[in-house]
Design a protein around this ligand. Structure first.
Ligand code: FES
Length: 164
């Protein structure tokens, strides 16, 4: 049984790999083992880096290429470290007209990352997105499940401070 997410987050890197080994043992011999293990590994680490992929391939005694092929096929698996919150800056037409570009620049400056990247503290991943259907509130951004509309550049810093 998977531990609560909060507990897993507290584990050190070594402990996470120990947990992964336990999962590999528990699943050994079962059908769909690779998908199952990958799924649980992503829950533990938040992503599936090359190091994790190699560890799983060795643990299951299967070629690395097979692990890599499955990860590439299923979009639910991510090879990049993801932040606790994903910030999506809408760059659809309505938001663009209302200054989405400047908003995006402000996030880049505040977080010191480019779209597609994650802050070093693991808190935020920055992304751009197409219209999210809230054009009436343009410019719109999302932080996790929260939608923020009519955002101004000088509000970005305070907004980020609300998330920890
Ligand atoms: S264009 Fe941004 S919400 Fe529609």
């Amino acid at each position: 049984m998977m531990q609560a997410t909060e507990e897993i987050k507290e584990l050190s890197e070594d402990e996470k790999f120990e947990k992964l080994d336990e999962i590999i043992e528990q699943n050994r011999g079962q059908e769909g083992i690779l998908i199952n293990v990958l799924h649980q590994a992503q829950q533990i680490f938040g992503h599936l880096s090359r190091k994790i992929q190699v560890h799983i391939a060795e643990g299951l005694d299967i070629p690395f290429s097979k692990v890599y092929a499955v990860i590439s096929f299923y979009s639910l698996f991510s090879t990049e470290m993801r932040g606790k919150y994903t910030i999506e800056v809408c760059t659809g037409t309505a938001c663009y007209v209302k200054g989405a570009e400047d908003i995006l620049e402000q996030f880049k400056t505040e977080l010191e990352i480019e779209p597609g990247e994650t802050t070093e503290d693991g808190l935020f991943t920055l992304e751009t997105t197409r219209c999210i259907g809230a054009c009436g509130m343009a410019p719109v951004i999302k932080v996790g499940d929260d939608t923020h509309g009519r955002l101004k550049e000088d509000q970005v810093s305070d907004l980020l401070d609300k998330y920890e």
